[in-house]
Ligand binder design. Sequence first.
Ligand code: FMN
Length: 245
Amino acid sequence: MSAAGKRPTGARSEPQASEVGDAGKRPKGARSEPQASEVDVETIGEDVPLLEGIRTARAIRRLRPDPVPPELIRKVCEAGTFAPSGGNRQPWVFVAVTEAERRAWVAERYRKVFHQYIAPALEAAKAPDFPDAKRRNMRAALHLADHLHEAPVLLFVAGWKRRGETQVQALFPCIQNVLLACRAVGLGASLTTLHLSFAEELDPYLGLPPEQPSCAMLPIGWPLGKHGRPPRRSVDECLHWERFQ
Ligand SMILES: Cc1cc2nc3c(=O)[nH]c(=O)nc-3n(C[C@H](O)[C@H](O)[C@H](O)COP(=O)(O)O)c2cc1C
């Protein structure tokens, strides 16, 4: 299917000035006003070295509301389709929600669930010795929950069940590829799964049949602000040779 085949009715095929942002291509010191010509969907992100992209991909939860060209969403989903899957069954399907009313429908439910989920952690974070990194992470997650309706694309990844079981193991490599592709093209994205607590209502809303339930929701948009390398444990703490010690 072509990019146009899945584009929402009325969507533009030419990116507008307002659609382009920190797309990773702007030279240092360049003006901040983006130009439509800066998004060349074919070439954007193709020059990011793989390992550098992996090391600098992280949850970007502060997003600008500017729309993202549908062709770019198609491009990051295409990266997802190159993931491995059992028997190469490729069980994934993507549903990109872009209409403001539909995003608000999802956001309203997500926000409610998230606030319940985060309440104990917010309480714990009042302790003076609560780690700063955790506090920052929580604030970003809270920001996403409160601004989810502003994210221009809510990308759902769903997939065929097998023998009655959801094939999450087949979907997460695909999801990670999409996240890495977002990193490459300069889009902000994060992996969320809290929508699963209202999936009974959500999946039918997305038109997903019971045999192809949703697995993850990736809010995608142009990042607000700059993002560094994510904090991670050293590999030397995780890697063991011959036996775990
Ligand atoms: C299976 C899974 C589910 C997640 N669900 C959510 C979620 O519902 N909401 C959210 O804000 N972040 C969610 N995250 C994102 C993590 O919180 C995020 O990867 C973590 O904060 C690390 O962020 P960093 O890469 O910027 O360091 C999820 C991550 C994974 C792996």
